[in-house]
Design a protein around this ligand. Structure first.
Ligand SMILES: [Zn+2]
Length: 263
């Protein structure tokens, strides 16, 4: 029986041909495209440095989880090992859980939860249970991740219904657009591989790595904006773009116009 760390012991294999560019790296482009995670993490911290001064723990934890996801994803695509697959999926699950624990709006807490500390414990228990289940039934992990992603999308729609700020709607529209493009790349790589091979382009999964990071930048900006808006409305958060609104490479961030003491 092969070790869970041995090459190509994973349950999945992506469209890109294996060992085409290196004898040590199974999927070359799917591995190096993970560099986008290492770019995004410091970028979020740098763009949102005023927010980082207020609430350093959530945003620094998010950046750290991004780095972990990048490392485990690169390890997975490099080896296509079963251990790599588990670590990749579990790091995404823990990253999403961390976002829930820190940023889930208080007014959506279930009735039996009294404060954020209790909510964090609940999220920790559910995440630990899902982690254990993924060793028993690995296929369940993908369903858990999809459930969380769609729940987050549902919450975003709920928030947007109550918000009439056109800049927020514009940012959310861009996030959904890049999310759809990312999912399209992921599905295309998985289900249209023979068609991709005929076209001679088997790199849709590496594009998924890049575009999901673009999506995450919009998503993180939106989460940070709503966090400041609800937790400290007098701070007057505002959505801005670096280096400028009309720049071809306009990166979103949250400016805090009147910084207040955070409690
Ligand atoms: Zn991947």
């Amino acid at each position: 029986m092969p070790s869970i760390f041995s090459y190509q012991s994973a349950e999945v294999d992506w469209c890109e041909g294996n060992f085409e560019h290196s004898e040590y790296i199974a999927e070359y482009y799917n591995t190096i495209s993970n560099i986008s995670f290492f770019i995004l993490a410091p970028l979020i911290l740098w763009l949102n440095s005023p927010y980082k001064d207020f609430r350093p723990l959530p945003v620094c934890s998010l950046a750290l989880m991004e780095i972990c996801i990048g490392i485990f994803s690169a390890y997975f695509h490099m080896t296509l090992s079963y251990a790599g697959q588990l670590l990749d999926e579990l790091s995404i699950l823990w990253g999403m859980s961390m976002c829930y624990a820190f940023w889930f709006p208080v007014r959506y807490f279930p009735g039996f939860i009294k404060n954020r500390d209790q909510f964090m414990w609940l999220v920790l228990l559910v995440t630990l249970f899902s982690t254990l289940m993924s060793f028993v039934r690995p296929a369940l992990n993908a369903y858990a991740l999809n459930c969380v992603a769609f729940h987050l999308l549902y919450l975003t729609v709920q928030e947007l219904r109550q918000c009439n700020n056109s800049r927020v709607h514009h940012l959310a529209g861009l996030m959904v657009f890049w999310w759809a493009v990312s999912i399209g790349c992921w599905l295309g790589d998985k289900f249209l591989c023979s068609w991709c091979q005929q076209l001679g382009f088997c790199y849709l999964h590496s594009l998924w790595h890049v575009f999901i990071n673009v999506t995450l930048l919009y998503c993180a900006t939106l989460i940070i904006y709503f966090d400041v808006l609800y937790e400290s409305p007098a701070s007057e958060p505002q959505l801005m773009y670096w280096p400028g609104e009309t720049s071809a490479l306009a990166l979103p961030y949250v400016a805090i116009r009147k910084p207040q003491k955070w409690c």
